[in-house]
Design a protein around this ligand. Structure first.
Ligand code: PSU
Ligand code: MN
Length: 310
């Protein structure tokens, strides 16, 4: 397959593509904006090795000096993790950043675009962006939701954070026609907690079923991907009733300081990290690793379906 000069594959991803091996995409905003140094680099490496251990190849996506990298070499990952003031790229910013020869980290939306360009159908992350609380005033609704409606990638996340308005996030996903499938429980999970108090629109109990649903959407000519909500493991969760006051305080602080737009999510995450004495970060690392393992299993099942179509 000829590849455009604006895409750069890592050695490992190039080999996996040549061998037809399963690939799992990973985002880079979680590295630059979602976690502090050095845990960001450590987590990125752990998640990559979890995917390898589960039989797939990791492809961390980022824009480096104007090229869309699909898979990062160790030194590239390290320098991105150490960098400060890296741009946060969503659908709206991706092409501009590349045209300017700049460097940026990809959000869920931009990572889905990169994954799809590279023929990768499965992407593991922590949490997706969604409808922010107070969106009726601010109109702050993440472009991640629109992307799920148009780009055919299954995104494995631990649900949506309670820093968002979860009922409105689920409403918008329904309006956009995005399947929201919770893995092995009836309730939609809320990132650090297994519980959100809201039922999940759909539930599936195996990676094979999720892979079949992914293929069925394509067969029906339906655009877009799937949101797979994978609850954080019980041993790692922080109970909802413990988190709600912390989230309330973080939101109040953000509003007092007039934090807006792209800064909102990183600000809240950092506030909650300090308020929980670092426990939120520990939970975050555990849930991303858990999502990586499920994503690798789904990528394996998709490959099976391609070689033995039903
Ligand atoms: N949620 C997290 N960690 C993150 C993000 C969300 O727990 O790092 C990042 C993801 O990259 C997501 C983005 O796509 O924030 C959403 O930002 P916005 O709300 O500005 O679209
Ligand atoms: Mn936003």
């Amino acid at each position: 397959m000829p590849e455009p000069s604006f895409i750069a594959f890592s050695r490992e991803v190039r080999e996996a593509r040549a061998a037809g091996a399963p690939l799992v995409a990973l985002e880079s905003t979680i590295i630059t904006h979602g976690m502090p140094w050095p845990q960001n680099a450590e987590t990125a490496r752990l998640v990559e090795s979890d995917i390898r251990a589960a039989g797939a190849t990791p492809a961390t996506i980022a824009v480096l000096d104007g090229r869309l990298h699909v898979g990062l070499e160790e030194a590239e990952l390290e320098s991105l993790a150490r960098a400060e003031n890296v741009a946060k790229l969503s659908r709206a910013d991706l092409a501009a950043c590349m045209a300017q020869g700049a460097t940026g980290a990809t959000t869920v939306a931009a990572t889905m675009i990169g994954a799809h360009l590279a023929g990768i159908e499965v992407f593991a992350t922590g949490g997706i962006g969604g409808v922010h609380r107070g969106a009726e005033q601010s109109f702050d609704i993440s472009a991640d939701l629109q992307e799920l409606a148009r780009t055919p990638v299954s995104v494995i996340a631990a649900g949506a954070k309670a820093i968002l308005d979860i009922p409105k996030t689920l409403e918008v996903l329904e309006t956009l026609g995005v399947p929201v499938i919770t893995y092995r429980q009836d309730e939609f999970p809320a990132f650090w907690s297994r519980s959100s108090g809201l039922p999940s629109p759909l539930r599936m109990d195996s990676a094979a079923e999720i892979a079949r649903a992914h293929r069925m959407r394509a067969a029906l000519g339906l655009a877009g991907g799937q949101l797979i909500a994978n609850p954080i493991p019980k041993a790692d969760e922080i109970a909802r009733k413990e988190l709600l006051p912390v989230i309330g305080a973080a939101l109040a602080e953000a509003s007092a300081r007039a934090i807006s737009a792209k800064e909102v999510t990183p600000f809240l995450l950092d506030h909650i990290y300090h308020a929980t004495g670092g426990r939120s970060l520990k939970a975050n690392i555990a849930l991303v690793r858990n999502n990586a393992r499920l994503a690798a299993a789904i990528a394996g099942e998709l490959l099976q379906l391609s070689s033995n179509p039903a």
